[in-house]
Design a binder for this molecule. Sequence first.
Ligand code: 26M
Length: 824
Amino acid sequence: AWKRNQTAAFKSSDEFEKEVVRHVETSLARSMFNCDEKAAYSATSLAFRDRLILDWNKTQQRQTYRDSKRVYYLSLEFLMGRALDNAMLNVGMKDTAKAGLADLGFRIEDIIGQEHDAALGNGGLGRLAACFLDSLASLDFPAWGYGLRYRYGIFKQEIIDGYQVEVPDYWLDFNPWEFPRHDVTVDVQFFGSVKKVTNEEGKSVAVWEGGEIVVAVAYDVPIPGYDTPTTNNLRLWSSKASGGEFDFQKFNSGDYESSVAEQQRAETISNVLYPNDNLERGKELRLKQQYFWVAASLYDIVRRFKKSKRAWREFPEQVAIQLNDTHPTLAIVELQRILIDVEGLEWDLAWEIVTGTSQFGYTNHTVLPEALEKWPVGLVQHLLPRHLQIIYDINLFFLQSVEKQFPDDRDILTRVSIIEESQPKMVRMAHLAIVGSHKVNGVAELHSDLIKTTIFKDFVEIYGPDRFTNVTNGITPRRWLHQANPRLSELIASKLGSHEFLKDLSQLNKLELLVQDKEFKKEWAEIKFANKVRLAKYIKETTGVNVNPSALFDVQVKRIHEYKRQQLNIFGVIHRYLTLKAMTPAERKKQLPRVSIFGGKAAPGYWMAKQIIHLINAVGSVVNNDEDIGDLLKVLFLEDYNVSKAEIICPASDISEHISTAGTEASGTSNMKFVLNGGLIIGTCDGANIEITREVGENNIFLFGNLAEDVEDLRHAHTYGSHTIDPDLAKVFEEIQKGTFGSVHDFSAMIAAVKDHGDYYLVSDDFHSYIETHKLVDEAYRDQEQWVVKSITAVARMGFFSSDRCIYEYADGIWNVEPLPRRD
Ligand code: 26M
């Protein structure tokens, strides 16, 4: 067993208090008489930060000294949420802090609540990156995250008159969790042109010259592991003009304005996170962000490698780079460029290193065609002229080998080419990522099978099936159980005898022995109820609506997208409302009360998603004020869904909805969060729902709807056959069109999408099955005794979905890296 650093800043609540007071008085330059909750948050964070720094430095020193292989996780998004609570729990001093803060007159929850979420991500992909960082540190892997330090994270969502309004998220006001490294910078080049010159050895080499330089400045964020001193690093790059504050030459020559303008242009690069999720829009600034971040990160990685004075051949033995989606694919091209243009290696040797075993891995997160990244050749040529040449060369050699392999198949060349011969020509980033990586993985079994049989089918023919693999997603049980649901975590710990399950989640299976333990079941149910009371209180505070915590809480929180089918959910809610309205008061009395909770952001340019939000709110304002209905049905849209809100919402669901059209949701991860907190799922046979079913058993999940294998035929039938709408759904549409929920015109597009435009997402096809399955949910919920058994059983079988398991699979099957525990 390791001991935490004894020189650390505090060992008792007294010492912790002293540290808080010291930080208030010195770091913040305030008096304790003038210490509000915000100041107490800042000082508490600084006190914990001091503790982390020591472990962080030691971890980095040991990694440098041992010089073992490192993992670099390249992600344009890290959806971290709050850091303080997590730091306290991972360091294991939350109780000390709680007592100390109480002594100073503060409640720890209020202090934790002061922190602004670090929301540098859109949704699933960004949160997955954050869970992976937690697991990598907790399992002692030498690993770094590389990302962008956006000044503005994902926008804050406000709901005004039922519509989404976007407000900028300026979060860097005071951020104690980052360390600017003004001495760690990289010059990143854009634009310019390429010249062929002959060097001293008489070799023709490419020189990329001219254009402009933008400076990348490193900001480091410590990532503490749970119950280990390992503290890893997340390095985020910020852009600034190469002239420093000002270009002094211009400044002195009187051109003040253009010097300021240049600075602003450079800083634009890391200014804002693009708020799209599963949609590619081809903006120049986005490509600039990608290259800026990739170039800075690779330079940093190469710089670190070169310190060890090893031969280039050893690079893949020292470095594993994971590409989180195609966003960092230019890293493949950039490494090839560094090796041939800067280091002077021959093309073939360089390409061998780039494509070496356990060098680059590419994770695919979607099969939606509109999400696959493509960049116009002209844009790449303009911004990165040398990279375009290299891409063309990579493509040439690749196509030549394909031609050799399939001499009689001309079409395959067109299909797999990295360049799409369209008007304009496009660079297909997924193809480039596959050609340059030694492993490509999907994020759930169904998804990994789908990419092999659909979008990447030809590549399986070319490279064989071994390049393609599956790593089913997972979540960190530290944040999503221990932190979000402390009472449940403590109850489990008391039964299992320790907190070990938090690092070995399969131990949860021992809970199955307790499903008949009356006292345990009672406590289990009480905790769920208390979490619902907490959410009900939050709902009251934020929406003014009273909800009955004994009602069945039905939750769908995730990005708003047609494929995720929030429209199916709200149509179902309307159907329920109409059914209740048609009943006599006596019949109504027998119905089970429900609270339908929605939350999630729509991409600002996604008009249909915004209409869905509007309809949910419109239905809420009618239903929630209908005296015939009372507690039987409440419909809520919770504003600004984010990580810290998910921590309140996930523990409070009875059932959550994961109802994407089969074959469209790559994995989903909130499905795992809800079940781990004792909620059940209503869902389609899609993404990780399928594996959740395999683990928890068919009796402990509510599945409905058509299967992925039938989707194509159904869509074909909609377009070419006669398309009849489900009769119950037709009644829902009539009610909307009558104006019951106002805005008839606004909602007509959502109806037309189903009725007139081919119902691409199969809302009507699945409607009946969805409604019938909700009836089964109601029935099952009436038997509270049995429901609790289902809930416990499901949790007991969730061990597989820990992100720790994912990290072991990546480490073993893709990165070829080993943990490096500290032994001091
Ligand atoms: C693309 C272009 C421009 C701006 C933004 C994007 C973009 C951003 C995020 C595209 C896709 C993005 O994320 C996709 C995503 O979150 N996918 C989800 O990944 C999760 C983790 O693997 C899965 O669980 C979800 O099923 C999948 O939808």
